[in-house]
Design a protein around this ligand. Structure first.
Ligand SMILES: Nc1ncnc2c1ncn2[C@@H]1O[C@H](COP(=O)(O)OP(=O)(O)OP(=O)(O)O)[C@@H](O)[C@H]1O
Ligand SMILES: [Mg+2]
Length: 285
C-alpha cells in the first residue's frame, strides 16, 4: 500500500475529519442526529460523506427515502467501484449506504481488503468531514469505527440503561487508550438544564472511575416534530430549518467543529486502515 501521500496530506492537516456517532444503547437518536448534522455541515459548504455503518439494519437511506442500488458487497465482487455506490443526499451531501457485507469484510482476505483500502484512499481525499452512523452496541464492527475516529460523538438519553451503556462505551474507549475526544450529546431531555446535568453526572463518573474527561456537545430536547420528521423520512434540517431542534443541532455542530484535537498518531494511515487496526479491541476490567 502507498501510505506516503496520505501521510503528507495528514501532516499538512487537510484530510477529512472523521466523526463516529455512537451510543451503547440502541434507539437513542444516532441516525437522526448523524443525518441532520451532515446536512447542516453540507449547508456550511463543507464536502461531507455520511457513512451508514449499521450493518444489521442500516437506516440512513430509510431516513432520507433513498433506495441504494449497490453495496460494498458489489465492490468486492468487482461489479462497481466504491465511488459508484455513493448516493446523493440533500444539500450536496454524499451517502455511503449500509453494507450488509461489512462483518464479512472485516474478516476477509488480504486481496479484498487491499481493494477496499485503495478505494477508500481515493474517495476520502474529496471530503472535509466524514460522519459514521454506527450500529448500537459494542461488537467488533462498531468498535472498529468508534476507535478509528478523530472525534467520537456519544448520544445518551436520560433512560438509565442508556446512561449505563453510554458509560460502558466510554470505558472501552478509555481502556483502549484512545485519544479522540468523546463528545456527549444529551438527547430527548426535558430542558437544556436537564441535558447539562445529565452530562455532568456522566462526566463525574468518568472523572472518578476512569480518571478521564468527556466533552460537552449540547442538548436536544424531546420534540414531537423531530420524531414525525423521521417517520416522514424527511430530515428536519431541510423541512424545518427554523425549528428549535435545528437551532440546538447548530450549537452541537459548532461545538464539534470548534473542538481542537492534537492526536496526529491516528492520521498516519488511511481511513480504512484506521478502522482495521481496531478490530481487536480491549473490553477491559
Ligand atoms: N429529540 C428527540 N425527540 C423526539 N424523538 C426523538 C428524538 N431523538 C430521536 N427520536 C426518535 O427516536 C427514534 C430512534 O431514533 P434513531 O433511529 O435516530 O435512533 P438510533 O440510535 O439511530 O437507533 P438504532 O440504534 O436503532 O440505530 C426515532 O423514532 C426518532 O424519531
Ligand atoms: Mg440508527
Amino acid at each position: 500500500m502507498n501510505n506516503n501521500s496520505i501521510f503528507k496530506k495528514s501532516l499538512i492537516g487537510n484530510g477529512p475529519e472523521i466523526y463516529a456517532v455512537t451510543s451503547g444503547k440502541g434507539g437513542v437518536g444516532k441516525t437522526s442526529l448523524s443525518v441532520n448534522l451532515s446536512i447542516l455541515a453540507s449547508q456550511l459548504n463543507k464536502k461531507v460523506l455520511l457513512v451508514d455503518a449499521d450493518i444489521h439494519l442500516g437506516n440512513v437511506d430509510l431516513l432520507l427515502g433513498i433506495q441504494p442500488k449497490y453495496t460494498i458487497a458489489d465492490v468486492l465482487s468487482d461489479k462497481v467501484e466504491l465511488k459508484d455506490i455513493i448516493e446523493k443526499g440533500p444539500a450536496n451531501l454524499d451517502i455511503l449506504p449500509a453494507a450488509s457485507a461489512v462483518d464479512n469484510l472485516l474478516a476477509s482476505e488480504d486481496k479484498a481488503l487491499n481493494k477496499i483500502r485503495n478505494s477508500f484512499s481515493q474517495i476520502e481525499k474529496e471530503y472535509d468531514m466524514i460522519f459514521i452512523d454506527t450500529a448500537a452496541g459494542i461488537h467488533n464492527t462498531v468498535m472498529s469505527f468508534v476507535l478509528g475516529a478523530d472525534k467520537i460523538i456519544l448520544v445518551v438519553t436520560p433512560d438509565p440503561s442508556s446512561i449505563a451503556d453510554g458509560y460502558g462505551m466510554i470505558k472501552i474507549i478509555k481502556n483502549n487508550k484512545i485519544e479522540a475526544p468523546v463528545i456527549m450529546i444529551s438527547n430527548s431531555v426535558e430542558s437544556d438544564e436537564s441535558g447539562w446535568s445529565l452530562f455532568k453526572k456522566m462526566n463525574l463518573m468518568v472523572q472518578r472511575f476512569l480518571s478521564s474527561e468527556i466533552v460537552w456537545g449540547g442538548s436536544l430536547l424531546k420534540d414531537e416534530e423531530y420524531a414525525s420528521a423521521v417517520r416522514k423520512r424527511s430530515p428536519l434540517a431541510i423541512d424545518s430549518p427554523q425549528s428549535s431542534s435545528i437551532s440546538h443541532m447548530k450549537v452541537i455542530l459548532r461545538h464539534i467543529l470548534e473542538l481542537k484535537t492534537d492526536s496526529l498518531t491516528n492520521k498516519n494511515s488511511n481511513l480504512f486502515d484506521r478502522f482495521m487496526q481496531n478490530r481487536h479491541f480491549e473490553i477491559g476490567a
